[in-house]
Write a protein that binds this ligand. Structure first.
Ligand code: SAH
Ligand code: SF4
Ligand code: F3S
Length: 474
């Protein structure tokens, strides 16, 4: 999972009043939270709420939060402080204003949030958000609701289906959560505590959701899970293991859906990359040649202390196998520097594994101590300035690799999925097979098409292309 934690939306005065209630959802954290925010919006729509991009217009502000690092969690409390002030102003105007906290901070801190910030009306965990409309109703009677139980019912089965036009309006790419939770217990990580143990959605439920998305005009689906390649379920006999499906089997099946041009999946654990999944990269044209496979560290000593349950050499061998199936695959990863006990030599091993793999993109973080995780009890914490210095060196190397990868694309003719209007009139932004943003001259009516383009240049975060002659997959 890649986090991009920011609170950019300004808190403004109310702009207008209307009869429909409006909800502003602020999403922190990973793609799973992005998916959940959309689904919470769906659940609220069936109660008459419209989603707004303007916080100033909202009658309900929902923070969908992330607990992965200390800073991520801190942001929530500062945002809540600002919302409290906004609520006071609204109360003075006699207007309803409700505050909800959802996501992983809600799950981890539950009652504590309600205690620290009395302005909060509803606290709802990631497993119970289908009960959000009920929670709001209760809160309106003056009762504060904290609902962070692990629900017995399947929340996906309780979420409403959404009209085609609304799905299409969200774009031609979509996330689809297939798996939640984690049983790996890496010693630095809160996810097994906030998202609970691994649960896989049933085969048919996933196929139905994918077909609905495609029917509405979605061309690319990214399957999501905290540990997406740990997904497993019973299905009709298929593949080597009869009715036992793994993520590879699911990808083969989804690739059969007419009109679904592209498939991706994230985030994977190296331990769960099985043969069928690796072979899918060889066999499926619609499975994009990009793989986010975090390694965290290149030192066996640290990998062991992190409980990653593989060595650096095993990770390298795995990547060699994947590359032998699909030579043009672009690798992406996550790294933590400054895990307790990390020496200069351990860090050098991380730089070495980065050199060896050659990443097309990557995310890297300073270790953040998370209360309740085994890492928090380890001695030998690394000094902040050492972490900062290591992160800087690592990021310089990763940035160089990313830039070199982008430059290596110049001159290539590639398939581009046109996604949204560009900044300049007459420009459209698309995605390369390797997940890069690409600007090209095209009509907005072509959004959803896959066209062939030639890459002609690179910018800081995107590529530039010109249309090549032929048009595929319109
Ligand atoms: N399931 C994914 C990771 C989910 S969390 C996996 O196993 O790779 C996303 C990333 O956040 C992790 O890969 C890790 O690099 C980082 N991360 C998690 N906990 C952290 C912590 N306590 N401090 C710093 N970074 C952390
Ligand atoms: Fe966290 Fe490890 Fe699970 Fe990933 S595999 S979510 S890093 S515990
Ligand atoms: Fe953050 Fe929860 Fe995702 S802790 S990274 S939002 S699973």
């Amino acid at each position: 999972m890649n986090e991009h934690v920011s609170l950019s939306a300004p808190i403004e005065e109310p702009i207008q009043r209307s009869n429909t209630r409006k909800v502003f959802i602020k999403t922190y954290g990973c793609q799973m939270n992005v998916y959940d925010s959309t689904r919470m919006g769906d659940a609220l729509a069936s109660e008459g709420y419209e989603t707004t991009e303007e916080m100033g217009e909202a009658d309900l502000v929902l923070l969908n939060t992330c607990h992965i690092r200390e800073k991520a969690a801190d942001k929530v409390y500062s945002a809540l402080g600002r919302l409290r002030e906004m609520k006071k102003k609204r109360a003075a105007e006699g207007r309803e204003f409700m505050i909800g906290v959802a996501g992983c901070v809600a799950q981890a801190e539950g009652e504590e949030i309600a205690r620290r910030e009395p302005a909060v009306d509803v606290v709802i965990g990631p497993q119970t958000y289908h009960r959000l409309p009920d929670a709001l109703k209760q809160a309106r009677t003056g009762k504060r609701v904290v609902d962070t139980e692990y629900a017995v019912e399947d929340k996906f089965a309780h979420l409403p289906a959404v009209e085609k036009a609304k799905v299409r309006a969200r774009g031609v790419t979509s996330f689809l959560t297939v798996q939640e939770g984690c049983d790996k217990f890496c010693t630095f990580c809160v996810v097994p505590y906030t998202r609970g143990s691994e649960v896989s959605r049933p085969v048919q439920q996933i196929i139905d959701e994918a077909e609905r998305l495609v029917d509405a005009g979605v061309r690319e689906i990214t399957l999501l899970g905290q540990n997406v390649n740990a997904w497993q379920a019973e299905g009709p006999p298929r593949g080597r293991n009869g009715g036992e499906w793994g993520l590879g089997d699911l990808l083969y099946r989804l690739a059969e859906i007419p009109g679904l041009a592209r498939l991706r999946y994230t985030t994977s654990h190296p331990r769960d990359m099985d043969d069928r999944l690796i072979e899918a990269h060889r066999d499926l044209r619609s499975l994009m040649p990009y793989l986010h496979l975090p390694v965290q560290s290149g030192s066996d000593r640290i990998l062991k202390a992190m409980n990653r349950r593989h060595t650096a050499a095993e990770y390298i061998r795995l990547i060699e196998r994947i590359r032998s199936m699909r030579g043009d695959i672009a690798m992406s990863g996550d790294f933590i520097v400054g895990f307790p006990g990390e020496t200069d030599q351990d860090f050098e091993d991380t730089l070495r594994i980065v050199e060896e793999v050659n990443y097309a993109s990557a995310y890297s973080f300073k270790y953040s101590t998370r209360p309740g995780t085994p890492g928090a009890d380890l001695g030998d914490q690394v000094a902040e300035e050492v972490k900062a210095e290591r992160l800087e060196r690592l990021q310089a190397l990763l940035l160089k690799q990313q830039t070199d990868f982008a430059k290596s694309c110049v001159g290539k003719v590639i398939d581009l999925l046109l996604e949204k209007p560009g900044r300049m009139p007459g420009q459209v932004i698309g995605r390369s097979p390797w997940l890069q943003s690409v600007n090209v001259d095209a009509k907005t009516s072509q959004i959803g098409d896959i066209i062939q383009v030639r890459i002609i240049g690179t910018g800081p975060n995107s590529l530039f292309a010109e249309p090549a002659e032929s048009l595929i997959g319109a």
